[in-house]
Design a protein around this ligand. Structure first.
Ligand code: ATP
Ligand code: MG
Length: 430
């Protein structure tokens, strides 16, 4: 026998028992985005490498060491998308979606980063992302945080904290950068290799280091907050004021810088204590410079992305292996045709329910076992009788039917009405 082939490290199948939980999550996300007036967009999974190196920034974790980059057969450098924002901006520019107009978009799908796999960190993972173009004010940033907050309510997530910060304008960042480099240089001996390598290229990222030794140095570093200009300060004050007015609680975390280069002004993360080390379930902010950086006209923009694996883990969806609500049985081979027809009749009459027919037939006892394993609430038994129009209905679950189920066979119409009533009640209670 030849060796079986397995999935790649850090990439996972979502199994049949798990997909109902994923679907429920995805539909909550898409419905909420729609509710806020966002339109869905779908971008390709593979793009030109230059889109990400230019969009995300050369000196970021993602571009330096996490991208799946390869040459295709024409020798073009391609990359599996590590995030959605750059692709979304590319699509907007290519199709004129943000030319002199506001546009709010959402997407969902797989992203790829070559990271060290661990709980909550994978090489193929999924994001739900939203991007809003053409609005400058603090109200845009706050509406995004309100939307995330509504999503937590809808998913029943309570143990989550909103952290916010401002990165200011590019002028403020340049002024801060100069003093930060000076400070870090004077403590170079206490930095790790990665931080030293970043000193000149991307010192802001050192503030984000997870190494405790580096964090100790960073604790006393000059704060970006002291270099903000008046307009940035007012903008950040307004963000906080609007959040408070909307009843969204938050903490200001001056160390929040985000991993990607393109952010300015408001940045935010939603963090939970319930997931261990990888506790950020949503991250986003404003990125007014990106559209121009990718060749468009300067356009204010803001957005966020949520990691779906972390959300699935957090809301703890139980596996759901059930595949039927009603199972049609035919104990005698001669009833096979009548059973197939009965199942079709039920599918027409009850379009929201899952109807299975006992394929392969066999003894009644075995068919009942299969029906039970499917999770069906009811069996419909088509007996071998010249009169194929009599169905016997049997309750398969412990929760008692609303009405006693007659022992005697029923007319199909009566049986269907009974099943409709019973299973409509079932859907209300589950
Ligand atoms: P970190 O600093 O933890 O690496 P990041 O800044 O790279 O995070 P973003 O690029 O902002 O993360 O991604 C947004 C969200 O997507 C994260 O908050 C997280 O929920 C999720 N996410 C990011 N990378 C991964 C991954 N490798 N596996 C699973 N989820 C991820
Ligand atoms: Mg990362």
């Amino acid at each position: 026998m030849s060796k079986t082939i397995k999935t790649l490290r850090g990439m996972h199948d979502v199994l049949p028992g798990q997909t109902p939980g994923w679907s429920r999550l995805e539909s909550t996300l898409s419905q909420t985005a729609r509710h806020y007036g966002y339109q869905e967009i779908r971008m390709p999974i593979v793009e030109q490498t230059a889109l990400f190196s230019r969009g995300i920034g050369e000196v970021t974790d993602i571009v330096e060491k996490e991208m799946y980059t390869f040459d295709d057969r024409n020798g073009d450098s391609l990359t599996l998308r590590p995030e959605g924002t750059a692709s979304c901006v590319r699509a907007c520019l290519e199709h004129g979606l943000i030319h002199n107009q506001q546009r709010k978009l959402w997407y969902i799908g797989p992203m790829f980063r070559h990271e060290r796999p661990q709980k909550g960190r994978y090489r193929q993972f999924h994001q739900f992302g939203v991007e809003a173009f053409g609005v400058n004010g603090a109200e845009m940033d706050v509406e995004l945080m309100l939307m995330a907050s509504r999503i937590w309510q809808q998913l029943g997530i309570t143990d989550v904290q909103l952290q916010i910060n401002t990165l200011g304008s590019s002028d403020a960042r340049a002024a801060h950068r100069a003093v930060l480099i000076e400070y870090l240089k004077s403590h170079a001996d206490d930095l790790d290799e990665e931080a030293r390598a970043r000193l000149e290229t991307n010192p802001l990222r050192i503030l984000d280091s997870k190494n405790p030794a580096v964090q100790a140095v960073v604790a006393h570093a000059p704060a970006l907050a002291d270099y903000l200009d008046e307009a940035d300060r007012e903008n950040f004050a307004e963000v906080q004021h609007l959040l408070t007015a909307a009843g969204v609680s938050f903490v200001v975390n001056p160390r929040l810088v985000r991993g990607l280069d393109y952010y300015n002004r408001t940045v935010f993360e939603w963090v939970t204590e319930s997931l261990g080390a990888q506790g950020t379930i949503c991250a986003g902010g404003r990125y007014d410079g990106l559209v121009a950086q990718l060749g468009g006209k300067a356009t204010p923009a803001a957005g966020f992305a949520m990691g779906l694996e972390r959300l699935v883990e957090l809301i703890g969806q139980a596996d759901d292996e059930s595949t039927a609500d009603i199972y049609v049985l035919w104990p005698e081979p001669s009833a096979k045709g009548a059973a197939l027809a009965a199942a079709e009749g039920l599918r027409r009459a009850l379009p929201d329910l899952r109807i299975q027919c006992a394929l392969d037939g066999g003894a009644l006892k075995n068919q009942l076992k299969r029906a039970d394993r499917s999770g069906a609430r009811f069996a419909v038994i088509i007996e071998d009788t010249a009169d194929a129009d009599s169905w016997r209905v049997k309750s398969l679950r412990l929760n008692a039917p609303l009405e006693p189920i007659p022992e005697a066979p029923l007319e199909p119409a009566a049986a269907t009405a009974l099943l409709r009533a019973e299973l409509a009640a079932d859907r209300r209670t589950t």
